[in-house]
Design a protein around this ligand. Structure first.
Ligand code: 4AD
Ligand code: MG
Length: 435
């Protein structure tokens, strides 16, 4: 009986006559009477052999890459073929023809912008399709991490009328005549849900109107956020370390061969992570000639924001994950809990990873009602829009904290990819709106 099989399960059908269908990843003629066709069907790749008349038809000679095809034949073991087996075709046909332009579009010399404009075709490539599959596995592993620990997944709205991370990166939106924004973070909504469901998380897009284009900033990114009631700052740091290490181990297990092919040098992060205060980071930069501004060689002072480039230099010098803690209050968002021993500092943390820099931002949340109201005033915010967030502190407040992790940045870190846009299906950043 004829079987319709996927490339990924072909090994189970050796010696049998099967039907396979997919796209022509590559075709090469060894001679007039012998051609090798690499079939790609989404699950993997399968080498197919066309002999004699099968590769002498007009269809065969004018076949372009990326045409969709159907092939019938027998699966045979062959040590020379990638994957150790190949399909000896006895019949085949084109389902959807391709076009000669495909060769121009997919040449390796194409410049990055041309490739991004044709990303709907580029994603069919071996590397890019593997990255997209690994991103799916990574997302699954994050969910499993949370579900194993009893967290509830929530879906807060992404159209909002409040800001969470500062007004300068808000995307405005006309919402039926009302002023709205695309959300920067779902954190505040998660906070309101902890009295309802306890530990919770979400994996949703967040938006930032980032004007500068760097290799780690997107206008739309996937934000993995979690919130936990009745925890301490030390427990928050513990939770972040455990998240990263547990997910790393899960991804190695689930990703298997696919993961090893993409990042053969991957090494799991060592525990415990280095803990470092913001003040120590400033001192480290001063001692190691990492400047606030490379050109003028201006040294860092306490109170300076540490921008992307120096942050990455420091992280790469230290060469291990860093939980960077206790940032000054005026460098961080309004909602952060001040430190008990120094009200000018916050119970805040950034997780920095070698190669990428910041991948997580988190904090304990201000949970005293009057203090929060003062923070609105300090930041000149319109408190009325935040009534529901304030209510959180009016009806059964409690110490709580959480964090947000940029999924694309985590993928870059795990897969050894340099630029966040390369782990997106269709990246969004200033200047890029298609496909
Ligand atoms: O540090 P951020 O801005 O923190 C928050 O938004 C908190 N409200 C999260 C929370 O506590 N629930 O963002 C958190 C993380 C960053 O560490 C980074 O990994 C990612 O989100 N991120 C971005 N990723 C890509 N492009 C951007 N423009 C990003 N902005 C933040
Ligand atoms: Mg941050």
């Amino acid at each position: 009986q004829l079987r319709d099989v996927f490339a990924s399960e072909a090994a189970e059908w050796i010696g049998r006559r099967v039907l396979v269908q997919g796209w022509v990843h590559n075709i090469r003629f060894e001679s007039k009477k012998l051609a090798f066709l690499d079939l790609r069907d989404g699950t993997g790749f399968l080498q197919c052999v066309l002999t004699d008349k099968l590769c002498m038809t007009v269809e065969a000679i004018t076949l372009f890459r990326e045409a969709s095809v159907r092939l019938w034949g027998t699966l045979r073991e062959d040590a020379r073929a990638k994957g150790g087996l190949e399909l000896h075709a006895d019949y085949w046909c084109i389902i959807g023809p391709s076009h000669r332009d495909i060769e121009m579009i997919l040449t390796h010399e194409s410049n990055p912008d041309v490739l991004l404009t044709h990303r709907h075709l580029v994603i069919r490539g071996r590397h890019t399709s593997s990255v997209l599959k690994m991103r799916s596995i990574i997302t699954q592993c994050f969910r499993e991490h949370y579900f194993d620990r009893g967290y509830v997944e929530l879906a807060p709205p992404t159209i909002v009328n409040t800001m969470c991370e500062g007004g300068s990166t808000l995307f405005p939106l006309d919402y039926f005549g009302e002023q709205a924004y695309l959300t920067q973070s779902s954190q505040m909504y998660l906070e309101t849900a902890i009295p309802a469901v306890g530990d919770c998380f979400c994996i949703l897009p967040s938006y930032r109107a980032e004007k500068s284009s760097t290799r780690r900033h997107l206008a739309e990114f996937h934000h993995l956020e979690a919130e936990m009631p009745f925890i301490t700052f030390a427990q928050l740091l513990q939770a972040i370390e455990e998240l990263v290490c547990d997910v790393y181990a899960r991804v190695i297990h689930r990703g298997g061969e696919l993961f090893r092919e993409l990042n053969p040098n991957a090494a799991p992060p060592k525990r415990p992570f280095k803990r470092m205060d913001y003040a120590d980071a400033i001192e480290f930069c001063r001692q190691h000639r990492i400047y606030k501004d490379e050109e003028s060689r201006t040294p860092f002072e306490f109170g300076d924001d540490i921008p992307e480039a120096p942050e990455r230099r420091m992280t790469d010098m230290i060469g291990e994950p860093i939980l960077l803690c206790r940032f000054p209050i005026y460098l961080k968002s309004f909602y952060m809990q001040p430190c008990a021993d120094d009200p000018d500092l916050t119970e805040s943390v950034d997780l920095l990873m070698p190669g990428v820099g910041e991948i997580v931002g988190g904090s304990m949340r201000m949970w005293d009602h009057d203090e929060l109201v003062k923070a609105y005033e300090r930041e000149k915010m319109d408190a009325s829009a935040y009534y529901w967030y304030t209510d959180q502190r009016k009806f059964g407040s409690c110490p709580h904290g959480g964090y947000g992790l940029g999924l694309e940045r985590f993928c870059c870190y795990m897969l050894g990819v340099a630029h966040v846009r390369d782990v997106c299906l269709y990246p969004r950043y200033r200047g890029r709106l298609t496909p």
